[in-house]
Ligand binder design. Structure first.
Ligand code: COA
Ligand code: AMP
Length: 630
């Protein structure tokens, strides 16, 4: 294949069936597809219709059968437990087959759902792959979410079985998971019949007789289960992500298109070869964890690093350099916030001098905007290509990137470079009219999306249609930005109420729903305010009901606590101010943009549509009391 980006890109857009049909040859199929792309039911598209495969077979069995049995599949590096454990492809296959047997014996079969609420340990990967092996649909829920968020996901996914662990470890904190799991099952309407609990040595979780089962005990009695072939279009997993309301969106990933896209991206976007060590420093609960800790590296026959630690504090800002040098990592993928954390503690990268990171060929960053300062710092320190790329949980893999396996382009700091082959990224107005180069607009992707992207939302075709019918013929990403005269894309931020906190996607709408439940609150708004470390942090503003004369500081503290217990610590909701009124337009729309500018200390023009201009000075004062604004 040529390495000319324009040729490859043009072919992927104008001849997608030919292009992806060829890419699909890299996957092992039990039965080849009848049709590469089925567009008979637009705007629902299906890839590789008629094809049958098993994703776990492709990730494990195939490699063992082809000489990779002794190669390390997972390096579990856990500074928080002082552990480094290497698991070969053969061992992983054996353990996954046994756990697949456990799930089968608990009554899980093809098409059933399983929720996995676990920390960054190898058993989480085992549970994920075991589901894939028997055709069950997994849904991993990030450990930082509170019981209420877990319960919402239980009610939506209706799992037959839950898999969890006795605790997670966050830096110095040991966080028991079982009380959270029990609480979630108590408040959910759907009651999963069985739970499998992996007991970690740090915490022994009490088991509910008849419902909870010990992982090790079940494994000791299990018999291995074989791969079950599924249709290319069958769901592999559901991954919930924040929308603009309190109800998260269950992004569905299929089996066939996903395997094809994962393998293609490792080669052409990340330029990674089988056998190399690839490290995505993220969490298994996020899209990056699914795609680039588990599936893409294992489907490619790489060694993947599973890191249970932080960029700083476990034990110091040299943690990433230690892992790279100790394990010979070829490419690191993380969120810019991790690099901002390292830069803040070690601005001259003194810790880097202690390690030889000569194996590292690339640093890939995604999940939030890569600010030019952080970009330049990373380039200066590492002296390797630093690649910003843009994607979303919905797409599952990069939509815009400087593809290292095709034709590297000069970098423009602040841009993730150009559209990745397969994605027809355009800047349009609300009517779908393409805007000229340099003009900001809605970032939309012309349909069909390439393989690997969401075919729909779990049990919610109607909500999926919101993405693809707002502007007919396009998938609307929720981001705004522009494309310059050289076809470089610039992401300016979300156009909806989604915010990005330390690379974690959160909904301000869901925080507002929780605040509104407080008995003293008449109305409220949550803003995503710029933060030097985390990119953005949420800040709440609440108006009290008339007649309430309780201590405002106490009410603010209660609101902070409510959001923490409702969503989880990961919301980072620590600041809340009580205000006399929220600024609104004459038609009643809350002027969030204006408040955000005040909180960010930016100049703002008083909107001509504002109902009562005097409200703004009170907002300025309240925001100043939080230490924000000018
Ligand atoms: N389980 C339970 N709690 C969790 C958690 C988990 N898996 N992950 C985070 N939390 C908690 C944290 O302990 C913290 O709690 P606290 O308010 O009691 O201190 C809170 O959620 C906020 O976490 P976080 O935003 O991660 O802040 P932090 O100060 O602990 O760490 C960074 C900041 C930048 C070091 C960290 O966010 C990071 O490494 N991020 C980059 C990598 C990444 O994961 N990106 C995600 C997608 S690529
Ligand atoms: P998530 O679904 O959690 O991956 O979050 C997706 C959102 O993160 C996108 O819609 C963007 O708003 C933001 N995002 C991801 N990558 C980038 C990037 N490279 N530059 C700017 N924003 C990004």
């Amino acid at each position: 294949m040529t390495n000319n980006y324009s040729e490859i890109y043009e072919r992927s857009i104008n001849h997608p069936e030919e292009f992806w049909g060829e890419a699909a040859e890299a996957v092992q199929w039990e039965k080849k597809w009848n049709e590469v792309l089925d567009d008979s039911n637009k705007p629902f598209y299906k890839w590789f219709v008629g094809g049958k495969l098993n994703t776990c077979y492709n990730a494990l069995d195939y490699h063992v059968q082809n000489g990779r049995g002794n190669q390390t599949a997972i390096i579990y590096d856990s500074p928080v437990t002082d552990t480094v454990r290497k698991i070969s492809y053969s061992e992983l296959l054996e353990t996954v087959s046994m756990f697949a047997g456990v799930l089968r014996d608990l009554g899980v079969s093809k098409g059933d759902t399983v929720i996995i609420y676990m920390p960054m340990i190898p058993e989480t990967v085992v549970a994920i792959l075991a589901c894939a092996r028997i055709g069950a649909v997994h849904s991993v829920v990030f450990g930082g979410f509170a019981p209420n968020e877990l319960a919402i996901r239980i009610d939506d996914a209706k799992p037959k079985v839950m898999v969890s662990a006795s605790c997670g470890i966050e830096g110095e904190k040991i966080l028991p998971y079982k009380p959270l799991l029990d609480k979630a099952i108590e408040i959910s309407e759907h009651k999963p019949g069985k739970c499998v609990i992996f007991q970690r040595p740090q915490v022994e979780a009490p088991l509910v007789p008849g419902r909870d089962f010990d992982w090790e005990t079940l494994m000791s009695k299990s018999q291995p289960a074989d791969c079950v072939a599924v249709s290319a279009t069958d769901p592999l997993y559901i991954l919930y992500t924040s929308g603009t309301t309190g109800k998260p969106k269950g992004v569905v990933r299929d089996n066939g298109g996903h395997a094809v896209a994962m393998k293609w991206s490792m080669k052409y976007l990340y330029d990674i070869n089988p056998g190399e060590v690839y490290w995505a420093a993220s969490d298994l609960g996020w899209a990056v964890g699914h795609s680039y800790i588990v599936y893409a590296p294992l489907l490619t026959g790489c060694t993947t690093v599973l890191y249970e630690g932080k960029p700083v504090g476990t034990p110091d800002p040299g943690a990433f350099w230690r892992v790279i040098s100790e394990h010979g990592v070829s490419a690191l993928f993380t969120a810019p916030t991790a690099f901002r954390a390292i830069k803040r503690e070690d601005p001259d990268a003194e810790y880097l001098k202690k390690y030889d990171i000569g194996s590292l060929r690339y640093l890939f960053l995604a999940g939030e905007r890569l600010d030019p300062d952080t970009y330049h710092w990373a380039v200066d320190m590492l002296k390797i290509p630093v690649i910003d790329h843009w994607w979303q949980t919905e797409t599952g893999w990069g939509c815009a990137a400087n593809c290292m396996g095709i034709e590297p382009f000069p970098v423009k700091a602040g841009s993730p470079t150009k559209a990745v082959p397969g994605y027809d990224v355009q800047i349009v107005d609300s009517e779908g009219i393409q805007l000229p180069a340099g003009e900001d607009g809605i970032i939309a992707i012309k349909l069909p999306l390439p393989p690997g992207c969401l075919p729909t939302l779990w049990n919610d075709d109607k909500r999926y249609l919101e993405y693809v019918t707002e502007i007919p013929g396009f998938y609307v990403t929720g981001d705004g930005g522009h494309i310059d005269e050289d076809d470089y894309l610039f992401i300016m931020g979300r156009l909806d109420d989604v915010i990005n906190v330390a690379g974690h996607r959160l909904s301000t709408g869901s925080m507002e729903e929780i605040m509104a439940e407080h008995r003293d609150v008449a109305e409220c708004a949550v803003l995503g305010v710029n933060d030097q470390l985390k990119g953005q942090v949420p800040v709440g503003l609440a108006v009290l009901k008339s007649g309430v004369d309780r201590d405002p500081d106490e009410i603010a503290r209660e609101l902070v606590q409510m959001v923490r217990s409702g969503i989880g610590a990961v919301a980072c909701f620590k600041q809340c101010a009580l205000v006399k009124a929220l600024p609104k337009t004459r038609s009643g729309k809350i002027l969030r943009g204006t408040m955000r500018k005040i909180a960010d200390g930016e100049d703002y023009a008083v909107p001509s549509t504002i109902e009562d201009e005097t409200v703004l000075s009170d907002i300025e004062e309240s925001i100043a009391k939080l230490g924000l604004g000018k």
